[in-house]
Every structure is written in C-alpha cells, then in structure tokens.
Design a protein around this ligand. Structure first.
Ligand SMILES: NC(=O)c1ccc[n+]([C@@H]2O[C@H](COP(=O)([O-])OP(=O)(O)OC[C@H]3O[C@@H](n4cnc5c(N)ncnc54)[C@H](OP(=O)(O)O)[C@@H]3O)[C@@H](O)[C@H]2O)c1
Length: 385
C-alpha cells in the first residue's frame, strides 16, 4: 500500500526533460529542454522531487571570486530527494520507483583524493577536475539527473511516510527536505564522536546548518549550548528542548560571553565545540569565548569557511590538550547513519521547530536563489522541478 503522504510515485521517463543550465559564472541561468540520459554501469537515473538551495548558492553561481570553482557549462544543484527512474545494468538493490536521498559529495572510484560537490563546487587539482567535468558534471536542478549509484541512499518510504497508525512516522516530502541541512553538520559531529551526556557548544546556531546541528546534537543525547547573534532565533531555538538546550547570545564581550557559557557548563567546561562559521564571522569573538569554556581534552569540529584565519589560543590548545578536527562534507557511512537516525525516530524531522520549507519551480530560479541568500534562518529552500 502506498503511503498517503508519498510524493508522486510515478517516475516515468520522458525522452526530454527540463534542466537549469549555467553557461558561465555571473551569467543568468537558462532553462533547457535536453535529452534524458540513459544510465550506464555505476549510475542511476533519478526523477528529482526536491533539491537544496544553500545560503551561498547565489554567490557561488554569480560571483567568479566566490572561491567555489564550477565545471561550467553545467546543470547546478546539490543534495536532493528523488525517485529511481531507471537503474544502470549493475544495480543490485536499487529499484525503479524507490525513494532515494542523493548525497552530493562525489568521490572518484579509483582515487579518494579526487572529489566533487555535485552542482556546487569542484576542486582544482587535475584528477578532481576530470571527475567534475566528466560523467558527473550535471547535478540536480533538473527534472531528471544521472547520478553515481553509490551516492543514492534508499529511504524507507513506508516507515517514513505511512501514518503512525500504520507504523509510519507520517512524514511528507517537506519534512524529509530537512535532511538537506542535517547532512553536512552530521559529518563534523560524527567525526568528533559527540556522545550522549556530553555538553556541546554549537556555533553559529541561528542559520540553516547551525540550527540543524542543534537538532542533531540533541538527538545524539548531548546537552547543547546554542550560540549566535540573532536573539529572536535563539529564543525560538531555546523552546525546542528546555531541559537540554541553552541559548546564549554572542555579545562581542569575550569575558562576559565566557562567563555566560560557564554558567551552563559549570567549572569543568564543555566537551565539544562545533563551528560552521561563514567567511564574515572570521573575526567573531565566539571562537575565543568558546575555547575558554572547554574542558581539558575537549574536541573541536571546524566546518565553516573562515578565510581570514582564526586566532586560536596556541597555549590553551596545548595546555588543555584540545583536539581540532576539520571536516569537509561527510562520509557515506555517516550519511547512512543519519538516515537511520531519522527512520528509527531518534532524529525527528519536526516541521514546527525546523522552520518553513520554501519551494520554487525551476523557472523561478532567480527568486529561489535570492530567497536562499536572504532567508538564512532555520528552514529549507528547495527547487521542486
Ligand atoms: N565543511 C563543509 O563541508 C561545508 C559544506 C557546506 C558549506 N560550508 C560552509 O559553511 C559556512 C556556513 O554555511 P551556512 O549556509 O550556514 O552560511 P550562512 O547561512 O551564511 O551562515 C549563517 C550563520 O552564520 C552566522 N553569522 C553570519 N555572520 C556572522 C558574524 N559576523 N558573526 C557571527 N555569526 C555570523 C549567522 O548568524 P546571524 O543570524 O547572527 O546572522 C548564521 O547563524 C559557509 O561559509 C559554507 O561555505 C562548509
């Protein structure tokens, strides 16, 4: 029996389909009717139902100096949810019609050094450019996308979308799009092995990735200190879990902010500091106040794009024996684990506390990218082709 919330289960393949094309960074995108590809060995054709727009998408596609090289001309995109339309000849478990999550972090099959963030950023070494400019150049802002088999993770549609009376979680496609903001923060939290009962400082917690990290850390059983500048969003976050979540503003006064963090952590300090700051936050005082509030042996996850270099206190790292781990995207094992956390009900994709899902058609790309850049608060911005 199909789940009542299921998005259209037909993934009938048409000869041609619509795709957004970016010819050159800085030029307007254009909608193109193009032949639908046939999946070969190692690939799968996905009918895209929703694809994620990030806060930096507009800048990446419009500004040549964004620091995100792209394999233009190409179809942009990012993480997506879709249905298997057709499998290649070597697929063994994916089946036509199946609901899948596309993890956009593509790693070459013959060298883990060659990488491509599908639709959003290529690497500049020669091997990586061969990967991003070859078979996998085109991403998910399209009705159909031909994607690497190993990047398409099955979603248990019956469990996720059937009603609770039928043993399901009652989710809609909108609920599932919250996975888009969870994916990458989970990589960092998993890499530093955040555990139940530990205390984690999450910064900045008021954006889409940061607020997702708050939900993840809570689901992992941690006590969470969400820090950020936007007091309105901090107040909203604080209501998610009054027992295990404290929201503390970044005021710019290092001593006062350290003291505020210590009122929650107590004298021993926090176990974990997770950070995903955008370039503009490079000079923020929260790096120092958070380090001040860490315990001996604490772990730090750095996931943002701070281009200026952060003035971490060398001696504090040494004396406290801190471990700093940088994480780019997440591993396949982590993506599977994240999906399992949702399917088991441990991580709830709660529409009310995770923010609105703003949806746009392919042809409305301009307003979609403006929304992605301007509405950086919790929630999702997606293209639904
Ligand atoms: N490691 C990876 O694999 C990976 C993957 C994707 C993206 N990234 C990087 O992660 C970064 C964050 O992404 P995002 O989508 O969350 O970006 P974003 O939406 O631009 O970041 C918003 C968050 O940053 C805060 N913020 C902005 N300026 C600040 C400042 N001067 N001081 C303190 N907080 C400030 C905002 O708080 P307010 O509410 O106070 O403005 C908000 O919480 C990006 O730069 C991106 O390149 C990393």
């Amino acid at each position: 029996m199909a789940a009542p919330n299921s998005p259209s289960s037909t993934a009938a393949v048409s000869d041609h389909h619509n795709a957004l094309v970016l010819d050159e960074v800085g030029k307007p995108m254009r909608l193109e009717l193009r032949p639908t590809p046939k999946p070969g060995p190692g690939s799968v054709l996905i009918r895209i139902l929703a694809s994620s727009i990030r806060a930096n998408s507009r800048r990446v596609y419009q500004e040549p100096t964004s620091g995100h090289p792209l394999p233009t001309p190409f179809v942009p995109g990012f993480a997506a949810i879709g249905r298997v339309a057709e499998t290649g000849p070597d697929a063994t478990s994916l089946q036509g019609g199946q609901l899948v999550f596309f993890d956009p972090y593509i790693i070459a099959r013959d060298s883990s050094d060659a990488k491509y963030i599908s639709g959003l950023m290529e690497c500049v070494d020669e091997e990586s450019r061969r990967l991003s400019r070859g078979e996998w150049r085109d991403s998910t802002f399209a009705e159909f996308a031909n994607l690497p088999l190993e990047n398409c993770f099955p979603l248990d549609e019956a469990r996720l979308m059937r009603t609770p009376q039928d043993g399901g979680l009652g989710y809609t496609l909108d609920n599932l799009t919250h996975l888009f903001s969870m994916l990458i923060p989970f990589g960092g939290l998993a890499d530093i092995n955040l555990k139940a009962g530990e205390t984690a400082i999450i910064a900045p917690a008021t954006g889409r990735y940061g607020s997702a990290a708050v939900h993840l850390a809570l689901a992992l059983g941690a006590r969470v200190i969400a820090i950020g500048r936007n007091r309105t969003i901090l107040e909203q976050l604080a209501t998610i879990h009054p027992q295990r979540l404290s929201a503390i503003p970044i005021t710019g006064d290092v001593d006062a902010d350290t003291q505020a963090l210590r009122t929650v952590t107590g004298p021993s300090g926090a176990d974990v500091f997770w950070d995903m700051s955008p370039p503009g936050a490079g000079t923020s005082t929260h790096f120092t106040s958070s380090l001040n509030a860490l315990k001996n042996g604490a772990r730090i996850s750095l996931m943002g794009s701070v281009l200026s270099g952060v003035g971490f206190d060398y001696m504090q790292i040494l004396i406290k024996g801190l471990t700093i781990k940088g994480t780019w995207m997440c591993t396949k094992e982590q993506t599977s684990r994240l999906i399992k956390m949702v399917e088991t009900g441990l991580l709830q994709l709660d529409a009310q506390s995770m923010g609105p899902v703003r949806k746009f058609r392919l042809e409305d790309w301009a307003v979609a990218f403006d929304t992605g850049a301007e509405r950086t608060e919790p929630g999702e911005v997606v293209i639904t082709p």
